[in-house]
Design a protein around this ligand. Structure first.
Ligand code: RAM
Length: 911
């Protein structure tokens, strides 16, 4: 009885405590966007946290951060290297570390506590950490090692090993590693980390990233062995479309430094040097485009363990290579994600055996099979079947995407490729296997390890499939750099594609680190005259640069990073690059008109045979150039304002004014018609505010008439498409935007969906209505550019957005625009402040909207068609609830501000 009583008391106490704890707490700690990052090189890392509160209208009023080098000590308030003290501030993202200079190779622990506007104090958060990399090139004591000079041509992947002793109790062991080529490392036979295609892709001679891995748990007392395998990768494998290889060099090499710290304060460093041994192993060939040949008979057993006998191995050669270009990795590398089983095994009309995984994905196939020694299986990867149902890979151009495995025999063999990846849904099997058991194969999706942040959902299954396709286009093409396509002999960081898709990408996943890294690459490959190469890293050449809509990546992505994450630092970092691009356009202009140079124009726009009736979809390339020239200048002006660069803000504002005047003079008649009557021409002019106010309504009419003249079809290409629906909504024609979105016939977003697409296609008609294909020269079935409509679906249809004056969702706008007979749309986004939701449905004549605003953020709500409606929240009349801002009507809608919390609005709908 007594025990029972104590139990109840305890239970109640715990309940009570957790009730208090729930009232206000802090979680989701991040350093430079990441949780517990290893090897960062920021001098003053920026710290962010999320606030959890059970009360509405919660704002942080003060914070205190403490940082120490000992986790346990820190929680006890000891070993503190920096204490921010109590700071009266609502800043909960990007708060800079303000302590003493950080040391290299050191783990810093931190925690935060806060106070809120309701008088609550949160307890200290759990401890998070960051670890600093090798901050100075001189700290790299390791030497670059390679095979002997005779082995510099494409051939078997070399493997390297080194045995070393570790004695004493290890406090921490960190491996710093990078390569010319790709590497996979092991310690005592165990793979280090989950990353693939490391060290990623940068312009290697300018910036080479190294990774830092915590390997303490893999070390053991006594003898240890470390080893790694090298592959050609981007460094010296095939790259781009001219069957070129060895782009960055001919010789594979690696730089490895293992630093072990013992609890007694001593340190031991194991460096790559001439004492390492090397050999070749089972990987006979491995190439990003062409696949892999693996002969299991050549496996070297436990080659990365201490007891392995390496007497026949050769000594590594040390080589001279630059260490000044080393920088710490700041973006997530590629890792394995979803797995797919075989949906069905197809015998095609030609008699081929083909596995269908049901999803066009990027990664590779793993299998577990047995066969006799020397027999083989070959996997050929393709995205689609042809009209007759046969395996099709002609659109891969020269990229083979073949994986060949030669069995060693004697039991079940497990395999997956190493330094290659494939874009595929279908896999044709050839070789010696008599029978195929589908359960032996799995397709594994591989992409940059970005956290999913957004979901979008509607009552319309076709739109849900479109969203699915957009997400898979993103997954497949975010492979360390944003690639245009993941399958043919291209897979390049096309700048135009990346800029059109950025906002959509930032809804679907946390792309902050990914783009911070890639924008540095943009700046480092920018030409000295300010021009931006078509692809980054630039593997095409310095003449392949300067196209409008592509070069504007330099301004568009940094600005939109600022909008999506509230990150001012990216603006400061990229500012010289942004300015360089605008100045380049100015240098190529005459009388403020930029009408020179090569441009891709409105790439892959709809090309109907309609020149004879004068409403062609072609848009003058220089008109486009002038519009983007203005847009980039506008973004530069905005950036100068945010960064407090007054005189530059003024200078570029004046330039912008002149650019717009030149545009009007050259491309618009006094009555407001444009020299190109295409949708893209009107869309760009309206979106970038190129027209004076009085000419805008008429331009919108021209645009709508054009759309209607094509039977409610879009005709836009890469540059017009992202803004098309936004322009229509901005000027009150969301109804037309819905007609376009829901259009199921070609050209439209849903046409590929109706044709069974599971990703976004490069062209509106990659597969034509009669089932035949577009040209083999350029027909990717996994290309994210047209997926840029996702941004409109999140921001307008579901209505979830950030207020640009308080970017990064500090102030959230919720302004859904229902239409198109859709009865439900919902967007959820994990912002830096926490989860934000806009979820509406129309049910029994009522409009029901669920809104979630995270703590320390606020919201501005616009209820569509609610101007004169009696609105309730949680069943209570709106005006009886405290905490909302002034309720105003705006046209047919009702608007007011809210604080953080979860809300359920409801009112009879009259749309
Ligand atoms: C092709 C691709 C790519 C595009 C360039 C201009 O390589 O379609 O996406 O950006 O052309």
């Amino acid at each position: 009885m007594r025990n029972y009583h104590i139990g109840i008391v305890l239970f109640c106490t715990i309940l009570n405590l957790s009730a208090v704890a729930q009232q206000l707490s802090v979680n989701g700690l991040r350093t430079e966007y990441r949780s517990n990052p290893m090897g960062i090189d920021a001098a003053e890392p920026r710290l962010s946290w999320k606030i959890i509160s059970s009360r509405r209208n919660t704002m942080q009023t003060a914070y205190q951060i403490r940082v120490g080098t000992d986790s346990a000590g820190l929680s006890a308030g000891k070993a503190v290297v920096w204490d921010s003290g109590n700071q009266k501030s609502d800043a909960s993202v990007f708060v800079r570390y303000g302590g003493a200079l950080l040391k290299s190779g050191t783990r810093y622990f931190w925690q935060v506590r806060i106070k809120d506007n309701h008088g609550n104090s949160a307890a200290w958060s759990t401890v998070n950490s960051w670890h600093t990399g090798l901050l100075r090139p001189a700290e790299w004591t390791a030497q670059w090692i390679s095979t002997s000079s005779a082995d510099t041509v494409a051939g078997p992947s070399p493997i390297f090993r080194k045995v070393f002793a570790s004695e004493g109790k290890v406090k921490s062991a960190v491996l710093y590693i990078t390569a010319h080529g790709l590497y996979e490392a092991q310690l005592n036979g165990k793979r280090i980390g989950n990353d693939h295609l490391a060290p990623g892709w940068t312009s290697y001679h300018k910036r080479l990233l190294y990774q830092s891995y915590e390997v303490t748990s893999l070390l053991k007392e006594g003898q240890n062995a470390i080893g790694f395998t090298l592959g050609d990768g981007w460094y010296r494998g095939y790259l781009a479309f001219d069957r070129r290889r060895d782009f960055y060099g001919k010789r594979l090499s690696a730089l490895v430094q293992l630093v072990i710290e013992y609890t007694n304060g001593t340190k031991k460093t194991v460096n790559s040097d001439g004492s390492w041994k090397y050999n070749t192993g089972p990987i006979l060939r491995s190439d990003l485009y062409n696949g892999e040949i693996y002969d299991a008979r050549l496996e070297k057993g436990d080659w990365a363990t201490a007891n392995y006998n390496d007497t026949n191995w050769k000594n590594a050669t040390t080589i001279q290579a630059d260490k000044e270009v080393l920088e710490s990795s700041i973006s997530p590398l590629a890792t394995k994600h979803e797995q797919f089983s075989v949906l069905k095994v197809i015998t095609t009309p030609k008699g081929e055996t083909v596995l269908d995984f049901g999803q066009n994905l990027v990664g590779w196939v793993s299998f577990k099979l047995s066969a006799k020694a020397g027999s083989y299986i070959q996997l050929e990867h393709g995205e689609v079947l042809d009209k007759a149902g046969n395996f099709y890979d002609a659109n891969l151009r020269h990229a083979k995407q073949h994986v060949k495995y030669i069995f060693k025999g004697g039991g079940l063999e497990s395999y997956e490729p190493h330094f290659t990846y494939q874009g595929f849904r279908y896999v044709k099997i050839t070789g010696d296997l008599a029978k195929i058991d589908p359960s032996s194969f799995k397709a594994i999706a591989v992409y940059s390890n970005m956290d999913p942040t957004g979901t979008f959902n509607t009552s319309n299954p076709l739109l849900n499939q479109l969203q699915h396709n957009i997400q898979w286009g993103q997954k497949g093409n975010f492979m360390d750099v944003p690639t245009d396509c993941p399958q043919r002999d291209e897979r390049l960081g096309w700048t135009g594609d990346a800029q059109v898709f950025f906002r959509t990408a930032a809804f679907n996943m946390d792309v902050a680190g990914f783009f911070t890294k890639w924008m540095k690459d943009v700046a480092s490959d920018q030409l000295s005259n300010g021009s931006i190469p078509f692809v980054i890293p630039n593997v095409l050449g310095s003449n392949d640069a300067g196209s409008t809509g592509w070069g504007d990546v330099a301004t568009i992505i940094p600005w939109n990073m600022y909008i999506a994450y509230g990150d001012k630092e990216i603006l400061a970092t990229q500012y010289p690059s942004m300015k360089g691009w605008v100045d380049f356009m100015t240098s190529k202009s005459k009388d403020d008109l930029w009408n020179t140079g090569f441009h891709f124009g409105d790439w892959l726009f709809y090309r109907p045979n309609d020149d004879n009736d004068g409403r062609s979809a072609i848009t003058d390339k220089y008109l486009i150039a002038q519009a983007f020239y203005a847009h980039s200048t506008q973004l530069l002006v905005n950036t100068a304002r945010v960064l407090g660069k007054k005189s530059e803000e003024e200078k570029y504002t004046e330039l912008l004014d002149r650019i717009k005047k030149a545009f009007l003079k050259e491309y618009i008649t006094p009555n407001g018609r444009m020299v190109s009557g295409s949708q893209t021409a009107y869309v760009l002019a309206l979106n970038f505010d190129m027209l004076p106010e009085n000419l805008r309504p008429q331009a919108v009419d021209f645009l709508v008439r054009n759309i209607e003249s094509y039977g409610n079809h879009l005709t836009t290409g890469f540059l017009g498409t992202p803004y098309l629906c936004h322009v229509l909504s901005r000027f009150g024609r969301t109804d037309v935007a819905y007609r376009l979105l829901l259009q199921e016939t070609y050209p439209s977003w849903l046409y590929p969906v109706k044709m069974g697409a599971t990703t976004i296609w490069e062209r509106w008609d990659g597969i034509k209505q009669d089932g035949s294909f577009q040209t083999t020269d350029m027909n990717s079935f996994n290309h994210y550019a047209y997926g840029a409509i996702g941004d409109w679906m999140y921001r307008v249809m579901a209505g979830l957005d950030t207020d640009e004056s308080a970017p990064g969702y500090k102030k959230i706008t919720v302004a859904p625009q229902p239409g198109g007979n859709i009865s439900h749309a919902a967007a959820e986004l994990e912002t830096l402040y926490g989860l934000a939701v806009s979820d509406w449905k129309i049910e029994n004549g009522f409009f029901k909207l669920k809104v979630v605003i995270p703590a320390n953020a606020s919201g501005q709500i616009r209820l569509p068609g609610a101007a004169n409606a009696s609105v309730t929240e949680g069943g209570i009349a709106l005006n009886a609830i405290k905490g909302f801002g002034k309720i105003v009507t705006s046209g047919k809608d009702m608007e007011f501000s809210v604080g953080s919390g979860t809300y359920q609005f409801e009112y009879p709908i009259k749309l």
